[in-house]
Design a protein around this ligand. Sequence first.
Ligand code: PXL
Length: 278
Amino acid sequence: MPTPRVAAIHDMSGFGRCSLTVAIPVLSAMGIQCCPLPTAYLSTHTGGFEGYTFLDMTDEMPKVANHWASLDIHFDAIYSGFMGSERQMDITEDFIRMFRRPGTLVVVDPVMGDHGRCYATYTPAMCAAMANMAQQADVITPNLTEAAFLLGVPYEDLSQDEAGCRSCVERLSLEGKRSVVLTGVSLEPGKIGAACLDASAGKTEFIQTTFETREFHGTGDVFASVLTGALVNGRTLTQATADAAEFVRLCAARTARQNLRAREGVDFEPLLWTLHRN
Ligand code: PXL
C-alpha cells in the first residue's frame, strides 16, 4: 500500500508541543506522510507564555497551495487546526475545494478556545469564519467550548451529561452531513473522553478513559492528530476515537509522573512507538 499523505494546516509553535510539532511526529509514527502548510510561526503557543512572537503566514498559504496543485500532489486527508487570521479560514476552504477528490477525508479541528473562553489571538469574527469553514469538514473535533462557539450558544448552557452531549453532537452534525467528535467529555468523576457521532452509521457512541490527575496544554492537538491518522489508516470513527483517547491518557499519565508544567504540553515523544502500525 502506498504511504498515505496528509496536508496539515496548523500553526508551528516552536516550544510547547502543540499543532504542527504534534501533528508531524504523530502522523509520521502512524506511517503517514505529513505535509505541513503553516498558518503562523510562534515562538511558543499562546496558552501560558508571555511575550511570544507571532509571524502570520496568511499570504504564503495560497502560494503553497498553488505550487502543490501545479505539482499535481494528491492528499488522502486534509487536516486543519489553529488559524492565525480571519482570511486563513477562506484560504483553507479554497484549499479543501482545490484538493478534495472522492475519498479525501477532511478533518477540521475548530481550534478556538478552552474552558469557556477563546484563545488570546482569536476574535469573534475569526470564530464565525471558523464555523463557516468547518461546514466543509467530514469530521470536526471540537471541545465543549468550541462546540458552544460553533452552535452560537453560551458555554454555560451546554449540559455535559450523556443526553446533553448527544444533543450537542447531533446539532453539530448538520443533519448528519458531518461526523462529530466532541472532546473533553466527562460522564463521571475521574473519567474523560469523547462523544462521537458517526455520520455514516448515524450513531453516537461514548468513549471514556481514566482522567490522569490534571490537564496539560495541547492534548486536543494530540487527540485530533491520532484520530486523523487512525481514520486515514482505515479505523472506524469509534475505533479512532478510542485510539486517540488512549494515547492522550498514556501521555498525560507519563507527563504527570514527570511533574512537567502544563504549558510544556504532554511528553509524548517516548510514547510514539505505541502508535506504530504493523
Ligand atoms: O493547542 C491549540 C493551540 C494551537 N496553537 C497555538 C495555540 C493553541 C492554544 O493555545 O496557542 C498557537
